[in-house]
Design a binder for this molecule. Structure first.
Ligand SMILES: *Cc1c(COP(=O)(O)O)cnc(C)c1O
Length: 497
């Protein structure tokens, strides 16, 4: 037997100097951070929206190794201000119009705080019953707000789960579809499954079906059928279709009903990716986008994009949860428990890739309760109205063209090739038109007054203007438009061309 050589005194001393979860310190420092962030939001417009630092900037200004001794929160916050903030792109800035929004809110933040504060790991029911139960409840609430068909709600045998991101939701559903298909066909056919390669499916079996401008870049049912028939002819097994409500480049809305009908005919799993646009479907006037969703197998949206719930909060609903759990459930001995064995309870670990999971439902619950459905709808509508307003501003300036009709709160536009071709014949070349628009975006973003990003569809470079940052108001949209015009003027007049 070895000698126990434990220095209790030293341990007590450590505990007295550095209790990592001392409630009073928690209170004191927590308030400081909240104040710091409130000041940040208040002064957010003073920073260039897109960070202007060069790659590697931070390495040059921070020490080479972690400190041996404690440093005060005040000192750390000073460094955050001096070293970190310049390296931030300010997604919460009212002048952020890039990508899609990452809409923050007080309720989302507070919900996140509660969740982080409790810091429970709710992999199964018993590990924190409230985490699981609240998640099922808010997913049904949200599903009802979206007017999702009952078959996606728990009451009717479906159900929802919170994932981190759309990519995770998609992987889970592909795996569910794959295993469901493999139960029907033999395993030898694995190599013939056609979908996305991340789930062990050969990259060569991943089909990208081209879309065209005449169809506003939506997936054409005819093209889908052709692609399916082609695969069947070659002995492949079409497995999974991802239809998109609100594509990233142009917020196009695929014709869900028609696509689902075709998929159904061939036994293909349909996942509806409504990462951005899904949130808008709490407004009855946008629910037409979901027409036909009752024939899909799964549906997801990112509440952290346009639903005031800070990253991460991807809502996934499935019609048949057993398809998910059959593919994803794990039963390590350490998690075996009577509640699971005696009751038919939800163990959300079986609905996702990882075992551990956060209590994300609190965040959504706080958002839903703090704002209420009516206000949430009106907030979404206000963003859509601002985008309409912006679209109106563009329409008044003939040097610009709106590239595809606006669907929600994102406007796609560019400098009109016609206008450019009057300036120089070199703009008869589409590449030169793209280059001009690329330079325009670079010029705008480098001034720091706003941030926007681009897309390329069918070889055309388009400028995207996505409204949805929680602090954005009409005046920001107006100023942004003025800045865009100024940069276009400068480029058109100063002989860039
Ligand atoms: C944002 C977005 C994604 C990616 O979402 P993640 O949550 O980052 O995985 C996928 N599809 C669409 C349509 C999106 O807008």
């Amino acid at each position: 037997m070895g000698t126990l050589n434990i220095n209790h005194e030293l341990d007590d001393q450590i505990f007295n100097t550095i209790n990592p979860l001392d409630p009073e310190e928690f209170r004191r420092q927590g308030h400081k951070i909240v104040n710091f962030l409130a000041d940040y939001y208040q002064s957010i417009e003073q920073y260039p929206v897109c960070s202007q630092v060069n790659p590697g900037y931070l390495q040059k200004i921070v020490p080479n190794s972690a400190p041996n001794n404690p440093e005060s929160l005040d000192k750390i916050l000073k460094d955050v201000e001096r070293d970190i903030i310049p390296g931030l792109t300010h997604w919460q800035s009212p002048n952020f119009f890039a990508y899609f929004p990452s809409s923050g809110s007080t309720a989302g933040f507070l919900g996140e705080m509660l969740s982080v504060g409790f810091n429970v790991v709710g992999f199964n029911l018993i590990s924190s019953p409230a985490a699981t139960e609240l998640e099922s409840i808010v997913m049904d609430w949200f599903g009802k707000m979206l007017n999702l068909p009952n078959c996606f709600l728990f009451a009717s045998g479906g159900g929802g789960v919170l994932q981190g991101t759309t990519c995770e939701a998609m992987l889970c559903t592909i795996v569910a579809a794959r295993d469901q298909m493999l139960r029907k066909i033999s395993r030898e056919n694995f190599g013939k499954l056609v979908a996305a390669h991340i789930a062990g499916i050969d990259p060569g079996n991943f089909r990208v079906i081209p879309t065209i401008k005449a169809n506003e870049y939506t997936l054409c049912p005819k093209s889908l059928r052709l692609a399916i028939l082609n695969d069947l002819k070659e002995g492949n097994v079409p497995l999974f279709l991802c239809a998109t409500i609100g594509t990233t480049s142009t917020t196009s809305v695929d014709p869900l009903r028609l696509l689902c009908e075709i998929a159904k005919e061939f036994g293909i799993w349909v996942h509806v990716d409504a990462a951005y646009a899904g949130s808008a479907c709490i407004c009855p006037e946008f629910q037409v986008f979901l027409d036909g969703v009752e024939n899909a197998n799964s549906f997801s949206l990112n509440a952290h994009k346009w639903f005031f719930s800070t990253l991460d909060c991807c809502c996934l609903w499935v019609k048949d949860p057993s398809a998910l759990t059959n593919a994803l459930s794990t039963n390590p001995e350490c998690l075996r428990n009577k509640v699971t064995e005696l009751n038919q309870v939800i163990d959300y670990k079986d609905w996702q890739i990882a075992l551990s999971r956060r209590f994300r439902a609190l965040k959504l619950w706080l958002v839903l309760r703090s704002y209420g459905v009516t206000n949430l709808r009106n907030l979404i509508r206000s963003h859509v109205n601002m985008a309409k307003h912006f679209e109106g501003l563009i329409a008044m300036d003939k040097r610009f063209e709106i590239f595809v009709p606006r669907k929600l709160a994102m406007v796609c536009f560019r400098i009109s090739p016609l206008v450019l071709s009057q300036v120089s014949t070199k703009f008869d070349d589409e590449k030169e038109v793209n280059m001009f628009n690329t330079k325009l975006v670079e010029s705008i973003n480098s001034c720091g007054k706003l941030y926007l990003t681009h897309g390329v569809v069918g070889g055309t470079y388009i400028i995207r203007f996505a409204i949805g940052a929680s602090l954005t108001h009409y005046r920001h949209v107006d100023v942004a438009w003025k800045v865009i015009q100024d940069h276009a003027n400068a480029m058109l007049n100063q002989g860039y061309v």
